[in-house]
Design a protein around this ligand. Structure first.
Ligand code: IMP
Length: 433
């Protein structure tokens, strides 16, 4: 009887998918509860790489149910592509996948709106969204008039609903864009009817299912997407995604009350990355940043965009670890830093000449924040083949310990490469439940 959450504590891409995949065998159900096809979770097993966007990473473990909850914005064609790819890789999808009938559906107009609106923030800087229609879909969900939920695809009124929305969206898009965007209601309806047929066997009331499951003592693993600094309420607004990607989003997005959540694992990289716009105090726009990008293969799983790279920011992670109720840390990509002679950790910010440990609530302040660094000696030794912390070079252990101290949480998992085998559990056994 336990709910465990895996939450990214930076700006996403912390390798949460790998950890979820590793822990899944201890759970009955894995739940995705926010975000959508903007997420990209990579899981490597032997010679095979699995790329997941909307399907929970638990799908690779037989006997586990995978739930896409009401808080996810679901893109049907991308979901079907993802299913087909998994099936072609020999991953079965019978009796192990459920899609909430309450989940909102990303439709072609959302993608068109994302392309137009991404350029229009108050700061004049582009958010640099993934252009997957995520923000516009969440906006329609909250606005209610033009929203479509997965369950709506099966109602007799669906065609009329699409026609009404398309008329309105054409006008909105002309206003936003300055010229017309072609949207054909009939074509969209026909297309989505085919998607609906394909997805129907998986569509269910997942809220009722999960509430029954927790009361029956089933073990649930909640898989966060993106990272806590991208949380729409608590992140670096407006340079965020449109959902609650920190730990506070788990209950709202899944329908499972917080009383069933017993453990929160915060996932961090040994450095920091960010995709898209917005302030990033520890960003390295130099050879070290390029080195981290190449060694860490820091290119987006979903968009292929090069990720911005920088030093570990303990001010930001201490904030998101507290915000997400984190119990323990999982430190990923430790192998990437192995060639550097010295490594910086940001231990405080200096804003307008004042030193602070508080993560600012406004991006203007974060833009002016100058990182205060502590410099640690590098370990300059390949750690990717190590399987026990006792065998780690002392400087690498000192780095792990310092991160743990600064964030205020123990490090229970250390990852030294993409493969399942390249994972060290500090206490010898996986730490799920
Ligand atoms: P959106 O989620 O597509 O609206 O994009 C909003 C911001 O979140 C942009 O800066 C994206 O690059 C970022 N973002 C969205 N999903 C991910 C992710 O899975 N990893 C990293 N960044 C993401």
């Amino acid at each position: 009887m336990a709910g465990t959450c895996v939450i990214g504590l930076q700006w996403g891409d912390e390798a949460k998918g790998k950890l979820v995949d590793l822990l899944t065998a201890q759970f009955d159900i894995v739940v995705r509860y926010q975000g959508g096809a903007n997420a990209g979770h990579t899981v490597v097993s032997g010679d095979t790489t699995y790329k997941l966007h909307q399907i929970p990473s638990g799908v690779l473990t037989p006997g586990v149910m995978n739930v896409v909850g009401p808080g996810v914005v679901l893109n049907p064609p991308v979901m079907i592509q993802e299913m087909d790819r998994l099936l072609s890789q020999g991953v079965p999808l019978e009796d192990n996948l459920m899609l909430s009938d309450r989940a909102h559906v990303v439709l072609p107009w959302h993608i068109a709106e994302d392309q137009v609106l991404d350029k229009n923030t108050a700061d004049g800087e582009s958010i640099g969204t993934t252009l997957r229609g995520i923000g516009p879909c969440y906006r329609d969900k909250v606005g209610r008039s033009y929203a479509v939920r997965l369950g709506d695809l099966y109602r007799d009124t669906f065609q009329q609903h699409v026609e009404r929305i398309v008329e309105a969206k054409k006008e909105v898009l002309v206003m936003q864009n300055g010229h017309a965007v072609s949207l054909d209601a009939r074509k969209i309806f026909e297309e989505f009817r085919i998607y609906a047929d394909r997805l129907q066997p998986y569509v269910a009331d997942t809220t009722a299912y999960l509430l029954d499951a927790v009361e029956a003592g089933k073990r649930l693993l909640f898989e966060g997407a993106q990272g806590a600094l991208l949380d729409v309420d608590h992140g670096t607004y407006p340079f965020v995604t449109s959902s609650n990607s920190s730990g506070v989003g788990v209950s709202a997005g899944s329908g499972v009350p917080g009383r069933w959540i017993h453990k929160v694992i915060g996932v961090i990289k040994a450095y920091t990355t960010r995709v898209g716009g917005g302030p990033f105090p520890t960003e390295l726009k130099d050879d070290i940043g390029n080195h981290i990008r190449e060694r860490g293969r820091e290119y987006g799983t979903t968009t292929g965009r090069p990720r911005r790279c920088g030093w570990f920011d303990a001010v930001a992670v201490r904030y998101t670890a507290r915000l997400s109720g984190v119990d323990v840390l999982s430190l990923m990509m430790m192998d990437v830093l192995c060639e550097l002679p010295e490594i910086n950790i940001c231990v405080a910010y200096e804003i307008d000449g004042k030193r602070t440990n508080v993560f600012p609530s406004h991006t203007d302040d974060l833009r002016r924040a100058k990182p205060v660094y502590e410099t640690l000696p590098g370990w300059q030794q390949d750690v990717s083949q190590l399987r026990r912390l006792e065998d780690f070079p002392p400087n690498a252990l000192a780095y792990i310990q310092r991160i743990s101290q600064l964030v205020g949480r123990p490090v229970e998992v250390v990852s030294v490469g993409p493969d399942r085998q390249q994972t060290i559990f500090a206490h010898g056994a996986p730490v799920g439940v």
